[in-house]
Design a protein around this ligand. Sequence first.
Ligand code: EPU
Length: 338
Amino acid sequence: MQIQENISLKPYNTFGMDVLARYFYAFSTVDQMQEIGASDSFKHYPVLVLGGGSNMLLTTNFDGLVIKNEIPGIELLSEDANHYFVKVGAGVDWHEFVLYCLEKNYAGVENLALIPGKVGASPMQNIGAYGVEMKDVFHSLEAINVDDLNLVTFYNSDCEFGYRESVFKNKCKNQFVITSVTFRLNKVPIFKTGYGAIEYALQEMKVDTLSIQHIAQAVMRIRNSKLPNPNVIGNAGSFFKNPEIDTIQFESLKKYFPNINGYPTDSGKIKIAAGWLIEQAGWKGYRNGDAGCHDKQALVLVNHGNATGIEVFELSENIISSVHDKFGIFLHREVNIY
Ligand code: EPU
């Protein structure tokens, strides 16, 4: 086991926060993970499992063991009349998996192109974009239970997926290390182009016969135009979730703010675009030192270089309270804070 000591986590989180991990270990097999889990040396330390570090804000040094999941591999397991079942190692880059599907013509993840992070993290918060969520193509996953180190399988209904939610963020938090995810991809694509921005991008691309590759291209165009590239400006995508409010509150807000954006959800609530709320509260493009609010998408907080996690966290607190003062709506963070 190659354990490193006192190493900076800056290269391992997309916000680029320069904090130290007391111990650091990268594993690429289930056996290696089980071996470190069984080792007495780390029994009394807190453990933090890292994938791509793309949905976290590190605010302080981590006085414990950071383990980085690098399990590789993409494998076609089986197929039926309508689907391909593909098993993917948790350490595979999400976009690399999307590119694999585009090349093979396996449909279902084209709307999820260019999302930063690793496949193993995708079920944690049920990643989603442009009208598709990971749960729509999820078949099952394998994970190690940190208590007994057994490998267990979770099927779709076990995961309690919701909007940026799963059992792994709630009652099973810190209980399992995901080692692989199996996806059920479609042989015949079901195109999801209803999201306004996609329709617009496809029109601009002048597409004749629609394909999953076109949709992925449209999504990449939109993302590249609005979302900062974490290799250039530190960020973790949307920092907050889009809040859901009841229709009565929505109707009364509409009287004061006729342009407020709201979409009905399956649960009978109205989902509000948090980016709009934050922009209206005056934060879009705001910068204090190196912590800021992105100038093209207010839902994304950024580290322009040397911001600390605390500074970004404080900015998020100020945004939450100012949005609450203006609209009476509480924003909840999507990003995990450590
Ligand atoms: N808007 C503003 N000002 C802003 C940003 C957005 O007015 O600064 C308005 C837009 O005009 C639009 C609406 O808000 O009418 C929605 O904006 P957008 O399409 O950019 O989507 P979003 O709701 O802000 C969500 C996801 C993104 C995902 C996009 C596209 C959440 C928390 N975020 O953002 O996911 O890419 O939809 O589907 O649900 C992520 O989770 O990290 C992420 C980037």
